[in-house]
Design a protein around this ligand. Structure first.
Ligand code: G6P
Length: 470
């Protein structure tokens, strides 16, 4: 066990590093490009901080190590735990349940037992690393029991939890056989952060219905011993490292790459872009349907327009994700078969993840960005697109079911279930005059450049600091 000497301990399912093995078979750690790392690295370097998480592969055990100035404490998961806790309960029970049951959640008692066991292990690792009176910040739906377990083991700690995905309305949440245990697990925290005010409201309602605790906006009274403890529950919308996207987009080589991408696509008048993890919450099929119909109606013509769809591989051992991949690729194949010509493709489909520089070039190359999620905690791709467009051009078509729509009111907001509405918005985007494009992009950039991810983390940590002082 690590020595208990860290003043700040971050706990998340994945560590912020990936293990890469080169051709010679030598392994090394590479910082993963996620937003959370960027957000927390400066804070973590200042404080005496550690990060507890899984290395992303089954069965491997590692001693704690330092990477990029952060102390990392690996939690190991066996192959069966990966199957039951990660692929099962986290991604085949909670993920679909918390995303409006777009796919049917599966409820298995063995998966739940594994979730409890793994959460206990994460809590133990965090408790072992935290100094007396330290702050522990737990992240996301994979670890909702950790706050309570930590509080029981270490009442001296100040505990924060941030839920990166939506928290569902009670009518949906109440399906969960372990609904009370999860809510109780979360209430071990001092501060609970959600993406949207609606998520915080849904959580408070679940608390009232299941435990009968008194709540008022932003505050829950949790009985404890003879007295009570105040738990804060409110929205802290997450963001991205906005300035770094802007500076990447300003690099001459990124701009050259953007020109190259357009040239490789045959220099069409309009490039549309979708960028998603290949996940059923993202509404990829709805987007493809709308686009296919516009080509079929003759409103859009191949050669004049192209859709680039980046779908990065995700959770490929979970059945629903495998089925989704088949469905998406069948649809892409059909649309390309029906509408592509020898020289021009209707859809350029890429089943890969790309480095940030390549993404910035794609964002610059795209006239229209399509974010059509059926449900999404925030959707950082929408913010990345806006941050990259320092030229103040480009149109964002954005689902009202993505958390980002609370802030990005200048996007063309759509309901992805309404295919005619989506088609109309796509046509409006294609035809939008430049002054309107600029006005909208400027409005969005004001928000995204001002509210970046470091503001988010300092706001959360400040709230946590105040709660510790109560
Ligand atoms: C979402 C979740 C994260 C998760 C990520 C990638 O953004 O909120 O907690 O890490 O998806 O999913 P994965 O299952 O590969 O970690």
């Amino acid at each position: 066990m690590a020595d208990a000497s860290y003043d700040l301990v971050v706990v998340s399912n994945r560590l912020p590093v990936d293990r890469v093995v080169d051709r010679k078979g030598d392994a090394s750690w590479q910082t993963s490009p996620g937003g959370l790392v960027t957000a927390l690295q400066p804070v973590m370097r200042q404080a005496d901080a550690a990060w507890v998480g899984w290395v992303g592969q089954p069965g491997l055990e590692f001693e704690p190590f330092d990477s990029d100035g952060v102390h990392l404490i690996p939690v190991s998961l066996s192959a069966i735990e990966v199957e039951q806790y990660y692929e099962g309960f986290s991604n085949d029970t909670l993920w679909p349940l918390y995303h409006d049951v777009i796919a049917p959640p599966r409820y298995h008692r063995l998966w739940w037992e594994s979730y409890v066991e793994v959460n206990r292990r994460f809590a133990e690792a965090a408790a072992g690393a935290a100094a007396d009176g330290a702050t522990v910040w737990v992240h996301d739906y994979q670890l909702q029991l950790v706050p309570r377990l930590l509080r029981e083991a270490r009442p001296d700690l100040t505990i924060g939890f941030f839920n990166h995905i939506p928290f569902p309305p009670y009518g949906i949440y109440s399906q969960l056989p372990w609904r009370t245990q999860i809510v109780d697990g979360l209430l071990g925290a001092d501060v609970l952060g959600f993406q949207r005010p609606a998520d915080a409201g849904n959580f408070q309602r679940a608390v009232r219905r299941l435990l009968g605790h008194q709540t008022k906006t932003g505050e829950i009274r949790v009985p404890e011993g003879d007295g009570e403890r105040l738990v804060t529950a409110k929205a802290f919308p997450i963001s991205i490292d906005s300035a770094s996207y802007e500076s990447m987009a300003r690099l001459p080589e990124v701009q050259e790459r953007a020109r190259q991408i357009r040239a490789d696509l045959g220099n069409p008048r309009v490039v549309m872009l979708g960028v998603d993890r290949l996940d059923y919450t993202k509404g990829i099929a709805h987007r493809l349907k709308a686009y296919g119909e516009l080509l079929g109606d003759g409103e859009l013509q191949v050669g004049d327009v192209v859709l680039v769809q980046v779908a990065s591989p995700s959770r490929e051992r979970v059945e629903t994700y495998r089925l989704l991949r088949d469905e998406v690729e069948l649809t892409v194949g059909r649309i390309n078969g029906d509408y592509s010509s020898i020289g021009h493709q209707a859809i350029s489909y890429l089943h890969h993840g790309y480095p940030r520089e390549e993404m910035a070039a794609l964002y610059l190359a795209a006239d229209v960005m399509l974010v059509t999620a059926l449900r999404d905690g925030m959707n950082l791709v929408a913010k990345e697109y806006v941050a990259s467009r320092y030229d103040e051009d480009g149109i964002l078509v954005l689902s009202e079911f993505a958390g980002a729509s609370d802030e990005l009111k200048h996007a063309l907001l759509i309901n992805p279930h309404d295919i005619d509405g989506l088609k109309a918005a796509m046509m409006r985007a294609v035809e939008m005059p430049e002054p309107e494009r600029r006005r909208r992009m400027r409005g969005m950039r004001k928000r995204v450049m001002a509210n970046d991810v470091s503001k988010w983390s300092s706001r959360f940590l400040a709230e946590l600091g105040e709660s510790g002082a109560k």
